[in-house]
Design a protein around this ligand. Structure first.
Ligand code: EPZ
Length: 421
């Protein structure tokens, strides 16, 4: 087991480089299933979740080369078996369910273990299945599995009840090899959807409207070799922006896309954080006194739910009353319990959290309950009086590449230590 030990109160300075987006590379790795030729993904973040989905692909007999030295992954799925996936691996990471659409698109049938829920919510897949059945798949769910069969996938008009990121991705990938045109209405508009579409189009897919609420996919017969460089991780960049604000520091963040960061820049600016954009970099100055604000998480381009926990930590240190409303997931305030161990004043009422600013967090022993809750605890530890020890940091490693190394380079007093439980 490993834990992080943070001595709070340090001012940070210098520069940090953002990695490529976890929520881009996971669907892109799944999409290689569609393509029997070589797929090369550059600037691959070496994250736990990336290794899991690569293991899932290997379990399906894909040829996967992970080049950690050059941050590159090369995949060839020419010899893919359309057998069932490895249950244990699929259950380990629910994003593995993103192989359903491409496997169905390529082989016309696939059986996979139902993805579990997780700490932040039940994470249903009804919209994924509704979309795949609209393409002509016969879906059966039972004994903890979901199976999809289709002699041929036929393009169709699908209107999503909710702009689900995963459902949009699964349908897009299945439709890429379907006969005719598929139109996805009320589609997710996240930058990661656009990045997946760019990857698919680079392979030869016919897609338009990505990034809007209506995406059109015209099925093709086959694909060609592709090399792709994913977009930067807007959530990692946002996490470091909040790092500057909560430690009252000024530093530079390299590897950002201003458009993708708009909702985060808007809310931090409203609080009094000064930001200066220079092409793919942003200088964040959190040294001024900040004001309390209200936050409501929404699908993109609204304020991202993946930034909610980190924002909660920041708002706990701002005098006055702030309210966070979490509209995307039903149980995404787990970090509040741990933040209260550090002295936070937070009242949870259903989907709302009322936060009264405190003078400072006090260092404590806390546990990461999920990926972004873990990031929120690091932020609190960086500004806390005394020492904070964070356990179960495997959650954090799923979405942040060597976060303690990046923070150390900025001047934080943070160490990763191994221990036996
Ligand atoms: C993706 O999850 C991200 N994960 C999540 O990031 C992110 O929080 C989420 O999108 C929202 O932006 C990856 O991309 C790997 P959804 P996903 O389907 O696709 C409901 C992180 O921290 N829903 O848009 O699972 C669902 O219950 C992770 O990096 C249905 O009801 O999100 C939720 O309330 C956490 N039926 C809402 O939609 C469905 O069939 C949003 O889910 C699917 C979803």
């Amino acid at each position: 087991m490993e834990k992080l030990i943070i001595k709070g109160g340090k001012k940070l300075e210098g520069e940090v480089n953002i990695s490529a987006a976890k929520n881009s590379v996971l669907p892109i790795l799944a999409a290689t299933i569609l393509n029997g030729n070589n797929c090369t993904i550059e600037n691959m973040p070496m994250l736990e979740d990336v290794f899991v989905i690569c293991e899932v692909l290997k379990s399906l007999k894909a040829n996967v080369i992970i080049d950690k030295l050059n941050n590159r992954v090369k995949i060839n799925t020419a010899n893919l078996f359309d057998n069932e996936s490895n249950d244990e691996l699929v259950r380990k990471m629910r994003a593995s369910f993103l192989i359903m659409g491409p496997m169905l698109g390529r082989f016309g049938n696939f059986k996979i273990s139902l993805p579990g829920g997780c700490n932040i919510g039940t994470r249903p897949i009804d919209l994924h299945l509704k979309g795949l059945s609209a393409l002509g798949a016969e879906i059966t769910v039972g004994h903890g599995y979901v199976e999809a069969n289709a002699k041929k996938l036929i393009g169709s008009n699908i209107y999503l009840d909710y702009p689900s990121v995963g459902a949009t991705e699964n349908i897009m990938m299945a439709a890429a090899l379907a006969e005719g045109e598929t139109v996805i209405g009320n589609a997710a508009e996240e930058p990661e959807i656009v990045d997946l579409a760019m990857f698919l189009k680079a392979m030869g897919a016919q897609i338009s409207g990505e990034g809007t609420d209506t995406i059109r996919i015209l099925g093709v017969k086959d694909f060609k070799e592709v090399v792709h460089k994913p977009i930067y991780d807007r959530i990692e960049a946002g996490t470091f922006m909040i790092t500057a604000a909560i430690t009252k520091s000024l530093f530079k963040i390299n590897g950002v896309n201003e458009v993708h960061l708009k909702p985060i820049i808007a809310k931090l600016t409203e609080m009094g954080v000064a930001v200066e954009i220079n092409k793919n970099s942003i200088i964040v100055d959190g040294r001024k006194k900040l004001n309390p604000i209200d936050i409501k998480t929404m699908p993109y381009p609204g304020f991202p739910t993946d930034m909610q926990a980190q924002m909660m930590s920041l708002l706990c240190t701002v005098k006055g009353t702030s309210i966070i409303t979490e509209t995307v997931f039903e149980n995404r305030f787990m970090q509040a319990v741990e933040l209260k161990r550090m002295g936070a004043n937070i009242k949870i009422d259903g989907r709302s959290a009322v936060i009264e600013g405190i003078d400072t967090f006090t260092g404590s022993e806390v546990k990461a309950t999920d990926l972004r809750a873990g990031a929120a605890l690091i932020l609190a530890g960086l500004t806390a009086e005394g020492t904070t020890v964070i356990e179960d940091i495997y959650h954090i490693d799923r979405g942040y590449v060597s976060i303690e190394e990046k923070l150390k380079r900025l001047g934080a007093d943070i160490e990763r230590v191994s221990y036996c439980k």
